[in-house]
Design a protein around this ligand. Structure first.
Ligand code: PLP
Length: 388
């Protein structure tokens, strides 16, 4: 029989019916250690009691009213995010791609205000920004583009982590209005730029009156050791986007803006029916409270360093291992050969991992993992690579 689901994903033949902290339980009752957390979403782990309580309480009071009315939960969440981020205001959407669409639209408003007729945004090779037409165009992966041409105008692509390439664009293209990058490339294979990269981007943007727009959708919520990974580099962007981990599984996206970028959107320019509704904002506020209460940013930074060292000592010298990259609880172990089959091998060991960019084992565990669970992830992943 044909599936009623469009076959956009190649799925594993496994269905989970329950989650507890860092563990997922399948329909047969087998327990799996979750080193992927629903692709960087379940930062507080599964069935976190504070989140369950927020969902239950808010759902008995009010779920949705639309943005035609004031939404106190949205204002509260915005004030919390404003305090954490150093940004001035924000727009609430329902996903990462939508948060990025808002960023792209603000960049174009910025360009038109500067009387640039065809504003251009600089994006990076092997970037990932989403699957809507504009965000898939911004994405630097031909497989994501294929079949969906014509792509959207107004993007130029440069190699990631290459300041000279951007200086060249600055010299030759007078229509540029913004740079849009991930501070650490996630889908691209956990690619961590030079420590000066963001600062240098900031300087170029200041000189050229371009917006610095950072996609923090995979790197935010404390994962890299600071709530926003730009905070590791002492840089403040003009725009930052969030989604994945912010709702711990409840769909929410945010586009935050600062200074001149925060003054461009006017009534009627943009909108979302669901965006920032009372339920998701209540939950996201609870997520922020828990990240702060449990000091999870610092925890991610420290535990990440320890896990990286374990990987380096255990598998760093194997011929098959090309590079071990990690910042906080975000790891990419690049092998010298394609390794997608390791996802199934890991399932046999009751471990959930991901392989991205063909040959990079990607680990994005919940920030609430225990020391023992972290050790178990290191042990199982090392066994996988040794026994591949
Ligand atoms: C996942 C992701 C997106 C897209 O988010 P969706 O919620 O799937 O639209 C965009 N940018 C980055 C860096 C991501 O990791």
């Amino acid at each position: 029989m044909k599936s009623p689901i469009m076959p956009t994903y190649g799925r594993q033949d496994i269905a989970f019916v329950k989650g507890e902290g860092s563990w997922l339980i399948d329909s047969k009752g087998d327990r799996y250690l979750d080193a992927l957390s629903g692709i960087a979403v379940m930062v507080l782990g599964h069935s976190n009691p504070a989140i369950t309580r927020a969902i239950m309480e808010q759902s008995t009071e009010l779920i949705h009213t639309s943005n035609l009315y004031k939404i106190p939960n949205q204002e509260k969440l915005a004030e919390q995010l404003q305090a954490i981020s150093g940004m001035d205001n924000m727009f609430f959407a329902n996903s990462g791609a939508e948060a990025n669409e808002c960023a792209i639209k603000i960049a174009r408003l910025h360009g038109h205000k500067r009387k640039i007729e065809n504003p251009v945004i600089v994006v990076a090779d092997s970037a990932f920004h989403g699957r809507t037409l504009a965000t898939l165009t911004a994405t630097g992966n031909r497989k994501v583009h294929a079949g969906f041409e014509p792509l959207v105008d107004g993007f130029v692509r440069v190699p990631f982590n290459d300041i000279e390439a951007i200086k060249n664009v600055a010299k030759n293209n007078k229509s540029v209005v913004a740079i849009f990058v991930e501070p650490v490339q996630g889908e691209g294979g956990i690619r961590i730029p030079n420590v000066h990269y963001l600062k240098e981007l900031r300087n170029i943007c200041d000189q050229k009156d371009w917006l610095l727009m950072l996609d923090e959708i995979q790197t935010g919520y404390g994962r890299t050791g600071a709530f926003f990974s730009y905070q590791n580099y002492d840089v403040i962007p003009d725009i930052a986007t969030l989604a994945k981990g912010l709702g711990n599984g409840v769909p929410i996206g945010v586009c935050l803006a600062k200074g001149k970028a925060s003054e461009l959107m006017q009534p009627g320019n943009h909108g979302s029916t669901f965006g920032g509704n009372p339920l998701v904002c209540r939950v996201a506020s609870a997520v922020l409270d828990e990240i702060e209460r449990q000091n999870l940013s610092e925890r991610a930074g420290q535990l990440g360093l320890r896990m990286k060292k374990v990987f380096e000592d255990r598998i760093g010298s194997l011929n098959i291992v090309r590079e071990i990259r990690g910042i906080g609880l975000m790891f990419g172990i690049e092998l010298n050969e394609p390794c997608s089959h390791l996802v199934e091998k890991a399932l046999e060991k009751k471990l959930l991992i991901n392989v991205t960019a063909g040959n990079v084992i990607r680990l994005l565990p919940p920030l609430t993992i225990t020391d023992a669970e972290a050790d178990q992830i290191c042990e199982l992943v090392s066994q996988l690579i040794e026994g591949r």
